[in-house]
Design a protein around this ligand. Structure first.
Ligand SMILES: C[S@@+](CC[C@H](N)C(=O)[O-])C[C@H]1O[C@@H](n2cnc3c(N)ncnc32)[C@H](O)[C@@H]1O
Length: 450
């Protein structure tokens, strides 16, 4: 991989794309040093005893039982209703349960940016509503993989954190400091500043300057007070903090109510020309001039259930058994860059909106993957090309069902995630009421353009 001397961005060469895609081949696995860092912070805060222990099991054996029981109760009720959450008594429960699930979501939008050479080796990053530091830790882990794969490049990440709860800032700094001990020498991390402030309509963040990347994760949800209502104004407020070639990543929970609220905010942000949409929803055949759909399509991050979850399950937690962590995301820019360029030549391809008239026929399709569902040996995915809109991933969506073996035979060995551009050749259209299935047979071909 080279660093572009003009833009200072990371540019793939030779097999670099394959190297980075391999990070996504296996399920995400939480490194034990992150689990130990979390448990060490928790022990320090609950017992006033800062101990460095060798294994997570040693930490588990020292956790006060009353803490474990309270945590399980907190986790069960914390986000169970669509009302504002108070973190006052729940900082450590959030750290223990929600940080692991939220770390790796940012990898997908980072990959989208890197595929378009829009990541830099040195990044100034602003994380808004940082909580225990989930997003900074996720970005550090992604850059750790880059630093290990590309040891001739020096990487550095400088974080500014905005968070209204002082206790969360303290936890986030402890977490980031602890994990920096486990990073390769060519990756430098610094927490440049922290702002303990509640972002609202009034405050102004001009003074903190401009950033390569701004992130908000689980910040605009219905559980975070007025943030969702003020979402467009808050995004607009941080526009002046985004460098001309900078990006804003928004990640929201994989719940229908949050996903649709995010689309509503996106539509208005685009309509008011605050930012352009970089990914995941962009037109294939022409630039979208309006965004009006509010369909719900979640992304899934597959992972190995972490030790901490197994421990909590063994102590009676009934959640935490999911093999995937669902979420919705959005990447915004102001330089009109998009993850994929518009395809000018439409010959030989059928737009999704025209499929209804093609029942039983063989067609060629280019589209963006909306949602992927792995079910044993089979994979289902739904498609969008910007020519039509969907209410959700239900019976009215356009689906493809294929086996892992078929994908492997066509040279696709990296699990599909979402927002990839896919080309399907010689697939047959099967219309069943309003649902359209595109069926694959031995003559069909599938290619993915990352
Ligand atoms: C659900 S947590 C998300 C934490 C972290 N980003 C993650 O994804 O795990 C939301 C965080 O945003 C903070 N927060 C919510 N509204 C805020 C606001 N208006 N200004 C600053 N911080 C806010 C909360 O205190 C909380 O720590």
């Amino acid at each position: 991989m080279k660093v572009d001397s003009f833009d200072n961005t990371l540019v793939f060469e030779n097999n670099d794309l394959q190297t980075v895609l391999l990070y996504f081949k296996e399920n995400r696995r939480m490194p034990e040093y992150i689990e130990r860092a979390m448990l060490r912070v928790i022990l320090e805060k609950t017992t006033r005893n800062d101990m460095e222990l060798e294994t997570v099991d040693e930490y588990f054996s020292r956790l006060p039982l009353s803490f474990v029981q309270k945590t399980i109760t907190d986790i069960t009720i914390l986000f169970s209703r669509n009302i504002e959450v108070s973190y006052k008594q729940n900082y450590l429960s959030y750290l223990l349960y929600y940080l692991p699930g939220n770390i790796f979501k940012v990898w997908k939008p980072l990959l989208d940016l890197q595929l378009k050479s829009a990541l830099k080796p040195q990044m100034r990053i602003l994380d808004i509503g940082t909580g225990p530091g989930s997003v900074p830790i996720g970005i550090i882990e992604y850059y750790k993989s880059l630093a290990e794969s590309f040891s001739d490049i020096t990487f550095s990440l400088s974080f500014t954190l905005i968070e209204s709860e002082r206790e969360f800032i303290d936890i986030a700094i402890k977490m980031i400091n602890k994990i920096t001990n486990y990073l390769p020498q060519n990756l430098m991390i610094v927490v440049e500043s922290t702002l303990c402030e509640k972002v609202g309509l009034e405050n102004d963040f001009e003074a903190i300057g401009k950033f390569d990347l701004i992130t908000m994760s689980n910040f605009l949800t219905e559980n975070e007070g007025e943030n969702q209502l003020n979402g467009v104004s808050i995004i607009n407020k941080f526009k002046s903090n985004t460098k001309n070639d900078g990006s804003l990543i928004i990640i929201e929970p994989g719940k229908k109510v949050s996903g649709i609220a995010l689309k509503k905010i996106r539509n208005e942000v685009f309509q008011k020309r605050i930012f352009n949409i970089f990914s995941p929803c962009i037109g294939i055949w022409e630039d979208k001039t309006t965004y009006d759909c509010m369909c719900f399509n979640m992304v899934r991050c597959y992972w190995e259930v972490p030790n901490i979850y197994r421990y909590l399950i063994s102590k009676g937690l009934s959640k935490a058994k999911r093999v995937d962590v669902p979420f919705s995301y959005l990447v915004l820019r102001q330089d009109n860059l998009k993850k994929y360029s518009i395809i000018k030549s439409t010959q030989h391809f059928t737009r999704l909106i025209d499929l209804k008239g093609k029942n039983g026929q063989n067609v060629n399709i280019i589209a963006i993957i909306r949602t992927v569902i792995y079910n044993g040996e089979r994979v289902s995915f739904s498609l969008c090309d910007g020519s039509c809109s969907f209410s959700e991933d239900d019976s009215k969506a356009i689906w493809v069902n294929v086996s892992n073996e078929q994908l492997n035979r066509m040279g696709i060995s990296i699990p599909l995630i979402s927002a990839e551009k896919i080309t399907l050749k010689k697939v047959s259209v099967k219309l069943n009421h309003e649902r359209i299935n595109l069926e694959i047979d031995n003559n069909s071909r599938i290619t993915i353009d990352y």
